[in-house]
Design a protein. Structure first.
Length: 202
């Protein structure tokens, strides 16, 4: 018997490159949800520097959660790129915050040894990783209306116009100024939750 009417959505937050579940937006969103009446579960998986490993681990996580109920995604920067891939793969809605849409070219500047800003893990980024990213590229969005673009024009890391072009068929929230972190992020959380069909308790 279906219980879809009572099932809580699982909201999965995908952090960016060299980031972690301890990142600013991930924790701001956690605190917001803990003090609001939104009915959802919230997961922030720690993403590997290996795109192939991300593809494997997140597929497993999402498939497990879909057995329990609806799943929605929020992706920031590189996490936005991953969110596009998984939204396409599983037919999910996703909110994309200053998303990277061509990380396989952007991250070539980081080839070689890196250190995660939060965990301090050291790793080597290779051309092979860029090929793994390219393999996850969604060239044509089958349902752009399932993706919500949130971007600020003064993003110092990414050219926001690339995301606007990629997601030209998607609803969008485009602000002048701002930062790659997305200034005053809390302001847009209600719009994100509304788009993802996550409702408050009655």
């Amino acid at each position: 018997m279906s219980q879809s009417g009572s099932q809580r959505t699982t909201l999965v937050y995908l952090h960016g490159f060299n980031s972690s579940p301890e990142s600013y937006k991930a924790q701001v969103l956690r605190a917001y949800l803990e003090t609001s009446d939104y009915q959802c579960n919230y997961l922030i998986p720690r993403l590997s520097y290996s795109p192939a490993q991300v593809a494997c681990s997140l597929s497993e996580l999402i498939e497990q959660q879909l057995m329990l109920g609806p799943v929605a995604l929020i992706g920031s920067s590189l996490g936005g790129y991953y969110a596009i891939y998984f939204a396409e793969k599983y037919g999910l809605k996703a909110a994309l915050i200053n998303p990277a849409v061509k990380p396989y070219t952007l991250l070539t500047d980081y080839l070689g040894e890196n250190k995660n800003l939060y965990s301090h893990e050291r790793y080597t980024l290779t051309e092979g990783h860029m090929n793994e990213l390219l393999a996850m590229d969604v060239e044509t969005l089958s349902h752009p209306e399932r993706l919500f673009l949130l971007t600020q024009t003064a993003d110092q890391t990414l050219n926001y116009r690339e995301a606007v072009l990629k997601l030209k068929g998607s609803p969008s929230w485009i602000e002048s100024g701002g930062t790659h972190e997305f200034s005053a992020f809390t302001r847009v959380i209600p719009a994100i939750m509304s788009f993802l069909d996550i409702k408050k308790r009655q």
